[in-house]
Design a protein around this ligand. Sequence first.
Ligand code: ADP
Length: 244
Amino acid sequence: MTTSQVQKKLQVRQLRKTFGDLVALEGADLDLADGEFLTLLGPSGSGKTTLLLAIAGLNEPDSGEIHIDGRLATFLPSYKRDIGMVFQNYALFPHMTIFDNIAFALKMRKWPKDKTTEAVERVLEIVQLPHVATRYPRQLSGGQQQRIALARAMVYEPSVILMDEPLGALDKKLREQLQLEIKRLHKELNIAVLYVTHDQEEALVMSDRICLMREGRIEQLGTPTELYFRPRTLFAADFLGEAN
Ligand code: ADP
């Protein structure tokens, strides 16, 4: 293993995924550095979720490789990958308290009780909801529930956090508030985040780099400034550039 592989939190090489005749993903190459915020952006059906689910171990690619924290993970089961996940519809368990919802992932990993309590209390502080541990999900607002989903994804300090349209179900005001919150958490904790959205503005304000996708392929990968001012194709210009 080379040094550069160790420093990368995530490496995707030539990933391909088909559903019958449909090529959902083709030749996907991606690197995510420690502490980087990378966004997969593209219209509906461009392959963003397919790529994220392959990294999460929730769908199996036809070919290609996935390395997480320098370790080959292409065919590891999801729970053995060092990742946290926040999805739009990744619901909390309704019959469990907020504490138990967050502690669940640690219990599955056989963490001792005292360490678990400490970690859950810490992440509740981080998402600024220290007082809700004994409540149930239905007693929280949509925005609060999504912050708990964030807390749950980061409680075991995974190498990479995957987020698929985590704010998609929220109204505009709350979405903007949580965008700031996610950015703050990302900066404070220096976690590597792979984020999915179809919202150009969200991608431009949140990302260190944007990976623009089109019909299962990576169209352009670069900083928000590069994509905005120097789109390489008409599609990129149309979807994201200043001409938009
Ligand atoms: P995006 O997340 O960018 O909206 P997806 O990754 O969900 O795109 O989908 C990419 C393509 O793969 C689409 O054409 C979609 O219809 C297809 N697809 C995704 N998942 C499945 C599946 N489980 N079975 C069949 N086709 C699928």
